[in-house]
Design a protein around this ligand. Structure first.
Ligand code: ADP
Length: 489
């Protein structure tokens, strides 16, 4: 059953729940209106009659007692007798002429008074009506007192309260309320309920259809657009309206579609760039190899160096692409070890400095003390290497690159600063994106893959570290990252 409901469309599910809700409501209504009506009616009557008796008892000495009696009789549809101990009637008020009191003899009143006296001054309602019914209904019977009380609920309630007046006279307040049989009412109500049930069913069908349409229509539209998106149509716009959640969903999907569109255009750009990047070193390698093949005696170290450099560039490009795809696939695990970060950076810096010494680059690494971190050394070295390569590529004419190690609270922060052109505020937020290159014209001197910083971002994020850049056009750039070095991970 549960499985079946799960598979139902929203429309039918809504309908099902609405019908269940109506069924419960109707069930309660039926229960109260038919089965329990008699019980409620009798309970209310019983409470009313008791409170009327109390009111009268409190006001027994009032001059205008007869008026009060009239009011109470009218309001509660009651017949009232106030009788003295010897059953002589002091006050009488009947709501209608069919009052049972009119059929009662002084002996009957005496019987009630004595029963009340025996019961602490109160003549109990239940006893009252069963007693009276068995006594009064046969009307002709004169030997009521000897009859057993009838177990069938009677047609009226009788309640008596013995009280004393200010003069010390004992009087009995006897009230009688007619109980109209609820059977007729129940039949009427039942017919009404049939009609109400039918109306409710029709209404819930209409409501379910209406609600389902309002809820499922935007979802269906979003689904349609999502299917379009899945076919690679990234311009798809999602326009689900009507509900907060659906609005949010379509906004999220719009953002997703936009992101996909961006990635797609970056991917196309990258393909163009990569093929350009690949073609140039390959053609260079080919032409120099050709020269070397044709003139083996004229091979110069410059030629072999060019072939080596270009092959190196090729492998860097391929490695970057492999790295980022591995990092992005999410199954890259960190090989965490505790190692001396300062020493590792120092070694990398020295290695790079040695390579570019001849070209006049100056690299310096400043630190106050050595720190250890728990991190993946190979990956962090790659981060430093990427930042260094960028700094070397983009630094200004003084060819200076400064690396700093700072300690801020529990974090060690590594800064790589250059004196280059800096990055414009428009480009700053995007440089961490894959394949993003500020210089689209692709200057030959600077050969980037557009992946270096996204590798930095991924690796540092995997280490739960922070990263960033401070740069102003014309003022150089400072790229930084920080890792926790105390109580690590
Ligand atoms: P690339 O391989 O092209 O350098 P990156 O992801 O490392 O790719 O960098 C993205 C872009 O950020 C670069 O194309 C460059 O425009 C800019 N950039 C990175 N580092 C620097 C820097 N030190 N100075 C100026 N611009 C930089």
């Amino acid at each position: 059953m549960g499985e079946k409901i799960k598979k139902l469309s929203l429309k039918w599910k809504l309908f099902f729940y609405l019908i269940c809700f109506c069924a419960i409501l109707l069930g309660i209504l039926w229960l109260f209106q038919t089965v329990m009506l008699d019980y409620f009616y009798r309970s209310i009557k019983s409470v009313e009659i008791k409170s009327s008796a109390d009111t009268l008892s409190r006001n027994i000495d009032r001059q205008d007692l007869s008026y009060l009696l009239e009011d109470i009789a009218k309001e509660g549809e009651l017949s009232i007798r106030i009788v003295s101990e010897d059953a002589s009637v002091l006050y009488a008020e009947d709501f209608n002429s069919s009052s049972v009191f009119r059929k009662m003899s002084p002996q009957d009143f005496l019987a009630i008074i004595s029963a009340a006296n025996a019961n602490g001054g109160i003549y109990d309602v239940k006893n009252a009506f069963s007693y009276l019914d068995t006594r009064i209904e046969p009307a002709q019977g004169k030997d009521f007192d000897r009859r057993e009380p009838s177990p069938i609920p009677g047609q009226s309630f009788t309640y008596a309260k013995i009280t004393k007046t200010a003069e010390g006279k004992t009087v009995a307040i006897i009230l009688n309320a007619m109980i109209s049989p609820v059977n007729a009412t129940v039949t009427t109500l039942r017919y009404q309920l049939y009609v109400v049930t039918a109306i409710m069913l029709i209404l819930s069908v209409i409501l379910a259809l209406f609600m389902a349409k309002r809820v499922s229509k935007p979802i269906e539209e979003i689904n349609k657009s999502a299917k379009l998106l899945a076919t690679g149509n990234y311009d798809t716009q999602f326009c689900g309206k009507g509900f907060l959640e659906i609005n949010e969903l379509s906004e999220t999907l719009n953002t997703t579609a936009n992101e996909l569109l961006k990635v797609e255009s970056l991917r196309r750009e990258l393909l163009a760039n990569i093929s350009h990047d690949l073609r140039t070193p390959i053609s260079l390698i080919y032409s120099y190899a050709e020269v070397m093949h044709d003139f083996p005696d004229e091979i110069t170290p410059k030629q072999t160096q060019i072939i080596m450099d270009e092959a190196d560039r090729l492998s860097r490009l391929v490695n970057d692409i492999l790295d980022i795809s591995k990092l992005e696939s999410g199954n890259q695990e960190l090989n965490l070890t505790v190692y001396n970060l300062t020493e590792s950076i120092s070694a990398t810096t020295n290695r790079v400095a040695e390579l570019i010494k001849q070209e006049g680059y100056k690299l310096s690494f400043n630190y106050a003390r050595e720190v250890e971190v728990c991190a993946d050394e190979t990956k962090i070295t790659q981060v430093i290497y990427n930042l260094l390569i960028n700094a070397i590529n983009y630094t200004g004419s003084d060819k200076t690159i400064t690396i700093k190690q700072l300690i801020i609270d529990d974090y060690v922060r590594i800064e790589v600063s250059d004196s280059g052109e800096g990055i414009s505020p428009d480009d700053l937020p995007h440089i961490w994106d894959r394949y993003y290159k500020v210089d689209k014209n692709h200057r030959r001197a600077i050969t980037g893959t557009g992946l270096g910083l996204s590798i930095v971002k991924k690796v540092i994020s995997l280490h739960q570290g922070k990263y960033g850049v401070e740069s102003q056009v014309g003022m150089g750039s400072t790229f930084w990252f920080s890792l926790k070095f105390k109580n690590m991970f």
